[in-house]
Structure formats: structure tokens, C-alpha cells
Ligand binder design. Structure first.
Ligand code: PLP
Length: 371
């Protein structure tokens, strides 16, 4: 065995996305202790930068030392107690995982089901809220990575508020790529992932919880069944100056990387980053349509950062074509998931991957393998 040298790829799948050199350099800096005052200063800056990215003043805004799935689990295990009811919108893989989380927390999931490729239906959600006035929370995926669909997070949050329900929003693929307004939309719990539009390696989950959510957590009658994800314990670790106490050993170098990627986002500006994702999506869309390729999702619901296209009819073995893209062009695109396996490809334009040169490479490579 030798030192592992990864191949140099262009990452245009559903994540991870390309990691810029600045972030890779940050990751390689010397490790220091996680209770070192210098590291504590870094933690404070990460919290401030995450508040910027999430557009929130929530005091409890920090990155969990675990991937996006842990962010999802953290929201449900802290907000729900056995017997509670939660309305869950399922229009793809990740809504399905939410249902799993709710049931494993001993709570009851009322599922609002929409077809894969469709956004969450607002009327169906309103009906569910009217039918279940005892529901504690409404949860949905803003940007469904399995289908490439954007749901109307602002309206869904308003509906939840009108019915006195908390909101849990999956922003794993949306944060940094599409508008997300945690405070303005009144989101109570939101989680994301480092490896999508933030262009960091995978493994961290930025989260943010409102005061309303914290009140619910503080008034729990039962302990959170997960020790690691119990916010009442993690909170102290991420608390401000002087209050920090040992909870776990944070992945120190991963935090250097996240800090750098958030700095890059701040330098570009959130609105400029959203606009760049849209511009690159439009460029890719035009090129794909010229080749006769169709999108799965109607234009008004498409995610700029995740383009789900139908595998052309004449392609009998889509996996071989993806393998050729990887071997001949060092280009990774994503396969379909679940019910869409074999039927679609998912082309990611996330974070640092949302660049002209990536769009051009992808179009050139697809033209070659499809001919
Ligand atoms: N939610 C959505 C919408 C996702 O796209 C993903 C990952 O792709 C997750 C949750 C889970 O994140 P992770 O794979 O980082 O655990």
C-alpha cells in the first residue's frame, strides 16, 4: 500500500462539489487543540459567517461535527417527543428519510405525498394542517436533491406559522445556491451540509434553531434519546466566550475548511452567489436543450444547482456512459436515485462547480459520449 493520491476530477454530481484550492489549503494547516483560544476564536467567526449565510440572528447557529443526515436527525430528535405529531412533505428521497427520523423518535408522521419531480403541494399542506391541528411541526426539503425540485419554502413556513406549527427545513442543497431567509420566513430549525453549495468537503452540517424552537426543547419532558445530538449538551460546546465546555473533539481541520469556504461566500456576496448559480444553470440548460435533452422538472421548479435530465431514449446503458465521462473526461455526474434510477442523470452546479469552464466541459463531454 502507498499514500493515496486521488484522481483529479470535476465534480458535477449531487455533491460533493469541487473544493477550491483556498479551502484545500486551509484544511492542510497545522492542527491545534479544539479548546485552544485560537480555535475558539475561529468557532466564533464560523458562527458569525453561518448567520450571514443562513440570514439569521439565531444565537444557536453552528456546524454539527457530522454530515447533513445528522443535521436532519438533530432537528427531529430535539423537537419531537414520543407521541408528538409531525406533518412531513415527501416528494423525493430526503422527505422519505424525514419520515424515518420522525418514526424512530417515537412520533407520528402525517405524510403529505407528492410525485417525484413535483414540488410540495401547498394546498395539500394547508389541508393537512387543518386536519391535524395538534401537529407540532411541519417539515419539508427546500431543494430535493433526488429530483432537482425547489419547493416554496416561504409560503410553507407562513402556512405553518398560521397554524401555530414549528418548521423544520432541509437546506442541504439550497444553502449558498438559492435564496434562503431563515429569519424573514420564520424558519424554526434548518440544517445544511458542507459539501454542496458551500464547496467544502463532506462531513459538517451547519444548523440553526430559533428561540421558539429552543423554548420547545427547554420544555421537553423526556431526555433526547441521542446523546451526541442532544442540543442542550452540544450548545455549551458552541456557546460564547468563557462558557465553552468539552462535549466532543471537533474536527479541527474540517472547521478551518468551512471557515474558508464561508469567507469565500461572504466575499462574493450571497446574492451574487445565487445569481451565479442561476446564470450557470441557464447556460447549461441552453446547451442541453440544443442537444435535444429534456429536463425532468418544469422550468419554474428547477433547482439551478441540481439539473435533473432525462436519459435520452437511444441510450440503453446509462451507467456505461457515466463511466466513460469519468474515465475519459474525469467528470462526475450523478445517477438517478430510487424510482428514478436508470431514468435520469443529475448534473450538479454547486458552489465552486458552478463555473463556465465546468458547464463547457460537461456539454462537450456529453456531446462526445452521446454520439
Ligand atoms: N438532505 C438532502 C436534501 C441531501 O441532498 C442530502 C445529501 O445529499 C442529505 C439530506 C444528507 O446529507 P449527507 O449526505 O451529508 O448526510
Amino acid at each position: 500500500m502507498n499514500t493515496f493520491i486521488p484522481p483529479k476530477r470535476t465534480l458535477m454530481g449531487p455533491g460533493p462539489s469541487d473544493v477550491p484550492a483556498r479551502v484545500l489549503e486551509a484544511l492542510a494547516r497545522p492542527t491545534i487543540g479544539h479548546l485552544d483560544p485560537a480555535f475558539q476564536g475561529l468557532m466564533e467567526e464560523i458562527k458569525t459567517l453561518l448567520k450571514y449565510a443562513f440570514r439569521t440572528e439565531n444565537a444557536l447557529t453552528f456546524p454539527l461535527s457530522a454530515p447533513g443526515s445528522a443535521g436532519m436527525e438533530c432537528a427531529f430528535v430535539n423537537l419531537l417527543e414520543p407521541g408528538d405529531k409531525a406533518i412531513i412533505c415527501r416528494n423525493g428521497v430526503f422527505g422519505g428519510r424525514m419520515v424515518e427520523n420522525v418514526e424512530r423518535a417515537g412520533a407520528i408522521a402525517v405524510v403529505v405525498e407528492n410525485d417525484w419531480g413535483e414540488p410540495v403541494d401547498l394546498q395539500m399542506v394547508e389541508d393537512a394542517l387543518l386536519d391535524h391541528p395538534d401537529a407540532k411541526l411541519l417539515a419539508f426539503v427546500q431543494a430535493e436533491t433526488s429530483t432537482g425540485v425547489m419547493s416554496d419554502a416561504e409560503t410553507l413556513c407562513r402556512l405553518a406559522r398560521d397554524h401555530d406549527c414549528l418548521t423544520v427545513v432541509d437546506a442541504v442543497t439550497s444553502l449558498g445556491g438559492s435564496p434562503l431567509e431563515v429569519d424573514k420566513w420564520g424558519i424554526d430549525a434548518v440544517y445544511s451540509g458542507s459539501q454542496k453549495c458551500l464547496s467544502c468537503p463532506p462531513g459538517l452540517s451547519p444548523v440553526s434553531f430559533s428561540e421558539r424552537a429552543l423554548d420547545v426543547i427547554r420544555s421537553r419532558t423526556e431526555k433526547v434519546q441521542s446523546w451526541f445530538l442532544d442540543l442542550s449538551l452540544v450548545m455549551d460546546y458552541w456557546d460564547g466566550e468563557g462558557g465553552r465546555s468539552y462535549h466532543h473533539t471537533a474536527p479541527v481541520n474540517a472547521m478551518y475548511g468551512l471557515h474558508e469556504s464561508l469567507l469565500i461566500l461572504k466575499e462574493e456576496g450571497l446574492e451574487a452567489a445565487w445569481a451565479r448559480h442561476t446564470a450557470m444553470h441557464e447556460r447549461l440548460r441552453d446547451g442541453l436543450e440544443e442537444m435535444g435533452i429534456e429536463f425532468l422538472v418544469a422550468p419554474e421548479y428547477r433547482l439551478p444547482q441540481l439539473n435533473t435530465i432525462k436519459v435520452p431514449d437511444h441510450v440503453t446503458d446509462e451507467a456505461t456512459l457515466r463511466k466513460r465521462l469519468l474515465e475519459e473526461f474525469n467528470l462526475e455526474i450523478g445517477a438517478g436515485l430510487g424510482a428514478l434510477a436508470g431514468k435520469v442523470w443529475r448534473i450538479g452546479l454547486m458552489g465552486h462547480s458552478a463555473r463556465e469552464e465546468n458547464v463547457e466541459l460537461c456539454l462537450r463531454a456529453l456531446r462526445r459520449v452521446l454520439n
